[in-house]
Design a protein around this ligand. Structure first.
Ligand SMILES: Cc1ncc(C[n+]2csc(CCOP(=O)(O)OP(=O)(O)O)c2C)c(N)n1
Ligand code: SF4
Ligand SMILES: [Mg+2]
Length: 368
């Protein structure tokens, strides 16, 4: 049975957000490919139930991952931050994606965007169907698109695309069938007992999101759509063409859309910190980074801490009159392994600092 989604709708023009005077200094951007891919497809806290990985391979003993995909964003919604912008996104819905990056970079405090990013190598699908895979993840209800704006400790939820329960099962089976990491699930020995559990897990998450939107949504507009005129977006100058990622890699598409949106907001006044991952090793071949802006690689799990330190240092220098320019926006990029597992405490603390201390501290709160 589907949950009530009789939401009031509003359309947000991305261009309007660009005129806001406010700025964000720390956006944490998680591209979630649901495993530690760079080191050989090991299971992470984000790997979904039933997916086969090299550390949880499907076979006679287990049907792939035992345990659910963790829902990380909800914890941030209820951290009690003063100001934060949190959202899920997908490259298959670029207006929504770009709108969210623009709003994140214009919202004071903390920002966290989580993009489900296909990995043809680890998900085991042909390279030419990446967009189809990413789109089906959203359309099946597996990856709901939604936004959470936190003000004075209170989260306000909005859904960005209605979840269609009528087609959920059919689309989910189509989704699973596209990828080798799930294909064992449709074999007779797993099919009857495991597929209903996969569907149930997806439905439970979708139900949670809708209940949160119903409970913590703005009654005036719980369904929000971003519109953008793509022709108005200038070519990005953050990344050089080419990269070392696999062909068809969802992370590459995500970083491309991120760069377009971030450049639109801040030009080249951006600093990137990058956790160790496919996004890091593939953009720093032979010690030559692909980035045209300052880019920092540090310990595996510390992009949020390093990014927060850089952003805060600029603000302190400006407050002391030692820096006269416009403060750069810091974008911290991490995969799911460093976001969910090894770097979680660094991320949680940095978001809280940016979303609370950073905007309450009387010495730096008005610095822009
Ligand atoms: C403290 C620490 N633990 C483990 C590693 C090894 N390591 C480097 S990249 C990586 C996988 C990263 O996975 P994820 O964050 O999901 O990014 P992806 O490779 O999937 O893009 C691991 C385990 C490390 N460099 N440092
Ligand atoms: S480069 Fe992309 S497709 Fe290749 S293993 Fe890494 S995330 Fe997967
Ligand atoms: Mg990963």
């Amino acid at each position: 049975m589907s949950l009530e989604q009789k939401f009031k709708a509003r359309v947000i023009k991305v261009k309007d957000i660009l005129s806001w005077k406010t700025n964000n200094y720390l956006l944490y951007f998680n591209y979630d490919n649901e495993a530690f891919m760079n080191t050989g497809i090991q299971e992470s806290g984000s790997t979904p139930f039933g997916a086969s990985t090299t550390t949880g391979p499907a076979g006679k003993a287990i049907p792939g991952k035992i345990g659910m995909k963790q829902d990380i964003i909800e914890g941030f919604a209820f951290l009690g931050m003063q100001s934060a912008f949190l959202a899920t996104a997908s490259t298959a819905y670029p207006a929504d994606f770009i709108g969210k990056v623009v709003e994140a970079l214009k919202t004071p405090g903390a920002a966290f965007i989580q993009v489900l990013a296909s990995c043809d190598r680890g998900w085991r699908h042909p390279i030419n169907i990446s967009n189809k895979v990413n789109k089906l993840a959203v359309d099946s209800g597996f990856w709901p698109l939604y936004t959470i704006r936190v003000k004075n400790g209170r989260p306000t939820y909005a859904l960005n695309k209605k979840i269609n329960y009528d087609t959920m099962e059919e689309k989910l089976i189509e989704y699973l069938n596209l990828m080798g990491r799930f294909r064992h699930l449709v074999k007779p020995e797993f099919k009857e007992q495991t597929i209903p559990l996969v569907i149930d897990a997806v439905k439970a998450r979708a139900d949670n999101v809708i209940k949160l939107v119903n409970t913590f949504g703005n009654p005036e507009h719980q369904l929000e759509t971003y519109t953008v005129n793509f022709k108005e977006i200038p070519p990005q100058e953050i990344l050089n063409p080419g990269h070392g990622l696999c062909q068809g890699c969802g992370c590459g598409m995500a970083l491309n859309q991120l760069s377009l949106a971030a450049h639109w907001v801040a030009g080249k006044n951006i600093i990137v910190t990058n956790n160790t991952s496919c996004s890091e090793v593939s953009f720093s071949k032979d010690d030559v980074p692909n980035y045209k802006v300052p880019w920092v690689h540090h310990l595996f799990e510390t992009c949020a801490t390093t990014g927060d330190a850089i952003a805060t240092t600029y603000r302190i220098l400006k407050a002391k009159g030692l820096y006269k320019g416009e403060i750069p926006r810091v974008i911290a990029i991490g995969g799911d392994g460093s976001t969910y597992d090894i770097g979680f405490q660094f991320l949680k603390a940095a978001l809280h600092r940016a979303g609370t201390f950073g905007i309450m501290n009387p010495l730096i709160k008005d610095i822009s």
